[in-house]
Design a protein. Structure first.
Length: 421
């Protein structure tokens, strides 16, 4: 029996992203996803109205707001200043990578992994150029850090937020922040260190280089840098308020969406900077097209019921911790982790899942981002930003070469910890 048309289109898109080239034509990741979205419309797998409805406006607005802040960070020169404060004490390349992984990893638990992917990409490209280090090594370090670090927080990534909201509404995760930290903080810290170990194995020649101390780069636009500081302060303050609202159980009364946080953060730049037009032009519009196209294609895949039937196969215990981790990692490569979590949650709830199972879904659905480029949207953001800003990239094979063994050990660590909780 032939698979549904939407699944065939998905596999073609997957193949295009893997090879990145058809004849002499180079295909970017966003172009491959756009081809898939157009294909499901042309083949009438989805109506235009349903396609528009499938696009998550909150996610699109959130990304736009954070892209504005990220672009202003780079344009003002304040990004170089921050990177020097964060990594300036490193005197060897190995120490720099370790500080980068731990710093970005811990920060992604609060700022959300996509945000750190946006801000971090130009920073690691600058570090690679300044210290003559392999850009691919630092891009991988960034990708693994934002993925692993975001596991331990209910606001570390969109899929964790979805799990926290649904788990809380069903009385399973009564205090998501405490539950995530209790179950996932220690294994996440171990996995961040394992990412450093594996990168050291694969890039051993680049890890023992001496790094000369550099004075901090002068800020290019002091006024824009001041606005960026205000933007970052607003974002951090609103995240703190959001955490407090959840801890106090006021989320039903006060709906502080991530969209509001991103727009409030971008507001000083958009309203007060003379360079607002230049900043908006510099926004990564290609990644926004990727996300819009992904929502359309994944809605058609969801409508086919193909993967839901696979998960709900006869005799399969969908609440098994090992199965949750394996299925979520594997399925996230095909339909991305947010749609995968969205289709798995109701089945777990119907099967009477508890805290361990919901937390396992968060761990598996997030750590899937380390397996391949398609496992997490943050990977796509990093690669497309690197291609646009620095002319650097990571191929599917280059990412998977390190990502596959890293994901295997990551899954084992989370399974070992969750099995005894």
């Amino acid at each position: 029996m032939w698979p549904p048309v939407s699944i065939v289109i998905l596999l073609v898109v997957f193949a295009l992203i893997v090879v990145r080239r058809v004849g002499n034509v180079r295909i970017h990741i966003w172009q491959a996803m756009l081809i898939g979205a157009v294909a499901v419309l042309v083949t009438m797998q989805l109506s235009p109205a349903d396609a528009l409805g499938a696009i998550n406006v909150d996610v699109m607005v959130f990304l736009f707001g954070m892209f504005v802040v990220g672009e202003a960070l780079e344009e003002s020169g304040y990004l170089e200043h921050l990177s020097h404060r964060m990594l300036g004490s490193a005197r060897t390349s190995g120490r720099l990578v370790l500080l980068l992984i731990l710093g970005i990893g811990l920060a992604s638990a609060l700022l959300m992994n996509d945000t750190l992917a946006i801000i971090g990409t130009p920073m690691v490209l600058l570090l690679a150029k300044r210290h003559s280090l392999p850009p691919k090594m630092l891009l991988l370090a960034l990708a693994f850090a934002v993925t692993i670090g975001s596991v331990m927080s209910p606001i570390g990534n969109p899929q964790n937020l979805l799990i926290a909201v649904e788990g809380e509404s069903h009385g399973i995760l009564t205090n998501p922040f405490v539950t995530f930290l209790a179950y996932l903080f220690l294994p996440t810290l171990i996995n961040l260190l394992l990412a450093y170990v594996l990168l050291r194995l694969f890039f051993k020649d680049a890890f023992d280089r001496t790094i000369e101390a550099h004075p901090p780069e002068p800020i290019k636009d002091p006024w824009l840098a001041t606005l960026v500081k205000a933007s970052l302060a607003i974002i951090l303050a609103m995240i703190a308020v959001k955490v407090a609202i959840v801890l106090l159980g006021w989320q039903d009364t006060y709906d502080l969406r991530l969209t509001y946080i991103a727009l409030a953060g971008a507001a000083p730049i958009l309203l007060l900077s003379p360079k607002r037009v230049r900043v908006v032009k510099g926004v990564d519009w290609a990644t926004l097209v990727f996300f819009a196209s992904m929502f359309v294609l994944m809605q058609a895949v969801w409508n086919s019921g193909f993967f839901q039937g696979f998960i709900e196969g006869d005799g399969v215990d969908i609440t098994s911790l090992g199965l949750i981790l394996l299925v979520s990692v594997a399925l996230s490569q095909l339909i991305s982790n947010v749609p995968m979590v969205a289709l798995y949650i109701p089945m777990l709830l119907a099967a009477g899942a508890g805290r361990s199972e919901m937390v396992a879904l968060a761990a598996g659905g997030t750590i899937a981002g380390n397996l391949t480029i398609l496992g997490a949207a943050s990977n796509v953001i990093i690669i497309q930003n690197a291609e646009r800003k620095g002319g650097e990239t990571l191929s599917f094979a280059e990412f998977a070469k390190v990502g596959v063994p890293l994901t295997l050990v990551n899954v084992l660590v989370y399974w070992a910890f969750l099995a005894v909780m």
